[in-house]
Design a protein around this ligand. Structure first.
Ligand SMILES: Cc1cc2nc3c(=O)[nH]c(=O)nc-3n(C[C@H](O)[C@H](O)[C@H](O)COP(=O)(O)OP(=O)(O)OC[C@H]3O[C@@H](n4cnc5c(N)ncnc54)[C@H](O)[C@@H]3O)c2cc1C
Length: 316
């Protein structure tokens, strides 16, 4: 990786009064599941809404891009890193509380108010064990609630659409707004929140269930993951979305591409829609491999595979 040009802002000075842990020029690789990613000009970990608002105001005033990093499990951060500010939401953003649902009787339904930084899979397990059912599909999906709200994360058991009641967010204007699920455009691995919104939290509606049943469902789906996914090697989950009526993994496998390598990036021999980092893979290696897969599938089937992974940042 070449030397990075200096950012056009003096971020250490501009962010001096923003509460939270700050680092400058830190590589982001260790904060992603595929262990790839160049540096952030500034990486800020905020613990409260007040701190986030303060950071947001500085970014807005100086037109500095602000990127929210969740668990980094659906990201390919390019080798040149991310210009501007990368923010991680900890503290109050990693809490939840359970309230009787306004819609149902208190005994059989609850609305769980969760901060976006909460790890999704842990939330599913904890709520399932407390006898709240509906999030079983999410057990085993890495990352945070915020990332899952953006990605409409899910499995064959369901996705965020089945639980999301409303989403709370900080708008570009600096105002906090709560939108009903019907207004945030959740669809297959995609959503349409207002541009530039930083998600803060969500209300999720769950039903009274049977802890043993929830846990059995979760263990069953986790067992399936262990059998079919390369969980011991750094990866980003499914690289491409499934085209209508077929699976990306099936198309890639039928092109005989399992095991294909570019530098330190390889198409997993276990699951063809996973790219694993087998050593010192760069984002450029992964991007080249993705392009080869797309070309091969396009040539054979006239299908354009659309990335599920979000590719962000600058070329190295
Ligand atoms: C081994 C493995 C298995 C996986 N299995 C599944 C699966 O079964 N189903 C599935 O759907 N996905 C799966 N994934 C992909 C990934 O875990 C999900 O997409 C997850 O929901 C991403 O959450 P995250 O917190 O890591 O988001 P990140 O990767 O950090 O971010 C994803 C996007 O969301 C944005 N974002 C995150 N938080 C906020 C916020 N608070 N406000 C605004 N924007 C935000 C980011 O800017 C980015 O654009 C898997 C990944 C791995 C590595």
């Amino acid at each position: 990786m070449g030397r990075q040009p200096l950012p056009p802002w003096d971020l250490a000075t501009l962010l001096r009064d923003v509460p939270g842990r700050k680092t400058f020029g830190q590589p982001l690789a260790s904060l992603t599941s595929i262990r790839i990613g160049g540096p952030a000009d500034a990486l800020v970990r905020v613990e409260t809404l007040a701190a986030l608002r303060c950071l947001h105001a500085v970014a807005h005033e100086h037109a500095i891009p602000l990127f929210v990093l969740g668990g980094g499990s659906n990201l390919l951060i390019r080798d040149g890193g991310i210009r501007g500010i990368v923010v991680r939401l900890h503290g109050t953003f990693r809490t939840y509380d359970i309230a009787p649902s306004a819609a149902g009787s208190a005994a059989d339904e609850a609305d769980v108010h969760v901060g976006v930084g909460y790890p999704l899979s842990r939330l599913a397990l904890q709520l399932g064990r407390q006898g709240w059912s509906g999030l079983e599909f999410a057990y085993g999906i890495p990352g945070t609630l915020g990332g899952a709200m953006v990605m409409n994360a899910g499995t064959h058991l369901g996705d965020m659409r089945q639980v999301l009641v409303s989403a709370r967010m900080l708008l570009r204007t600096g105002h906090v707004q709560e939108l009903p699920a019907s207004a945030v455009g959740l669809r297959y691995r995609s959503s349409s929140y207002p541009a530039g919104a930083v998600l803060l939290g969500a209300a999720l509606r769950l039903q009274r269930g049977e802890p043993g049943h929830s846990e059995a469902m979760m263990q069953e789906s986790y067992g399936r993951r262990q059998r079919t996914q390369p969980l011991s090697q750094p990866n980003t989950g499914s690289v491409f979305k499934n085209p209508p009526g077929t699976s990306a993994g099936h198309l890639i496998e039928s092109r005989d591409l399992k095991g294909m390598r570019v530098g330190g990036a390889m198409i997993s021999p276990i699951h063809a829609n996973f790219i694993v980092n087998v050593g010192q893979a760069t984002a450029a290696d992964v991007a080249t491999l993705m392009a080869r897969v797309q070309e091969s599938v396009q040539r054979a089937y006239h299908i354009a595979l659309e990335p599920e992974v979000h590719v962000v940042g600058e070329e190295g």
